[in-house]
Design a binder for this molecule. Structure first.
Ligand code: MRU
Length: 344
């Protein structure tokens, strides 16, 4: 298998190079950021996207902020706090962003010497740990796929969305690496087309063939009996297993139940929001109508608007397995303490 996958984030020691995923698959272009405001803008504008990747990007953003302000002002901690708030405002749903910022804040609070090195090390560790978690989840998830002939995935959960390798896509990678003969289907994932532009591209770069389908073909695909599992990532998992992920995930889970297809959520423990008992209070990002609207309707006097929520919440009762690097919880709605038991 080749390993040509473009990395979403490259830390140079003095700057962060961010692959502009909006231009994929046609163009592989990196933008270079040297301050936190730039990184926040890269997250907001979807140059970098995917829950773990935006957490890692935000961590590097804090490292850039400390580098910028530490030697310049006695009030550097205030300036860094302002930058952390700017990063926190970039996108609301993926808890990995806030998890990473909390980790960086904890290091800042504890460190009084060699602050630049300590904060940079923390960002690098968050990045490296995410990659290691993905590889572990790949093995755990692939073990559930033994005997499976077909899977479907949604959005992009691969190297581009993470510290490398991927969550749901990592499970598919691991299963294929173990010589499992899998038919892989990917939904387009409107309106941003993460499936059509990123997932099938990443798989092809890795020598894995896949079949793209329109999102609206999912029910018919399930009815045809060719898939046994749907495998998705997550942006925030509540303590009871309710899972926020890319818009359309809830539809897929509902359809999976109807057709006897199993439903796997793959996410690092940093995606679990232990403060939330269930998914009711997860903030769902609603993006600009113009991302959805044909341009002819995007006028001030237009009678046509658009509702553009970009995530939804799948109830735990529709999930067959949650795979984390700390272990697997089968049928989470039947095991009230299952996810809590993974908290260390
Ligand atoms: O809007 P995006 O592209 O950031 O949404 C990404 C997803 O919903 C992914 O499925 C999720 O972040 C998990 S990525 C490992």
């Amino acid at each position: 298998m080749t390993n040509l996958i473009a990395q979403a984030l490259i830390w140079t020691g003095t700057s962060l190079n961010v692959l502009d995923q909006r231009q994929l698959p046609e163009t592989t272009h990196y933008d270079t950021y040297t301050d936190a405001a730039g990184v926040a803008q890269a997250i907001k504008s979807m140059r970098v996207r995917g829950a773990p990747a935006i957490g890692i990007a935000a961590a590097y953003g804090v490292a850039l902020s400390v580098k910028q302000h530490y030697s310049q002002s006695e009030n550097w901690r205030n300036a860094v706090s302002v930058d952390i708030e700017t990063l926190a405002q970039s996108r609301p749903t993926a808890v990995n962003l806030f998890w990473a910022l909390d980790k960086m804040k904890a290091v800042l609070a504890q460190t009084h010497e060699n602050v630049v090195d300590a904060i940079t090390d923390c960002a690098l560790t968050i990045h490296a740990d995410d990659l290691a978690a993905n590889q572990k989840m790949g093995d755990l998830g692939a073990a559930l796929l033994v005997g499976t002939k077909g899977v479907m995935t949604h959005c992009n959960t691969g190297s581009l969305a993470t510290g490398g390798y991927g969550t749901a896509l990592g499970v598919i990678r691991s299963a294929v690496a173990q010589n499992q003969d899998l038919n892989v289907f990917a939904g387009e994932t409107r309106p941003w087309l993460q499936g059509a532009r990123l997932t099938v591209w990443e798989l092809a770069q890795d020598g894995i063939s896949s079949m793209l389908i329109a999102d609206s073909a999912a029910a018919w695909l399930m009815k045809s009996g060719v898939i046994d599992w749907i495998i998705v990532g997550a942006d925030r998992i509540a303590a009871n297993g309710d899972t926020a992920n890319k818009i359309g995930t809830y539809s897929l889970a509902t359809l999976a139940k109807q057709h006897g297809v199993k439903f796997m959520v793959v996410a690092p423990i940093s995606t679990v929001d232990w403060m939330l008992e269930n998914g009711e209070n997860i903030e769902i990002e609603c993006r600009e109508p113009r991302e959805l609207l044909p341009t002819c309707y995007d006028t001030p006097d237009s009678l046509v608007s658009a509702w553009n929520p970009v995530f939804d919440v799948t109830p735990a009762a529709l999930i067959s397995a949650i795979v984390t690097e700390k272990g697997v919880v089968l049928n989470p709605s039947e095991h009230a303490d299952g996810i809590r038991s993974l908290q260390s």
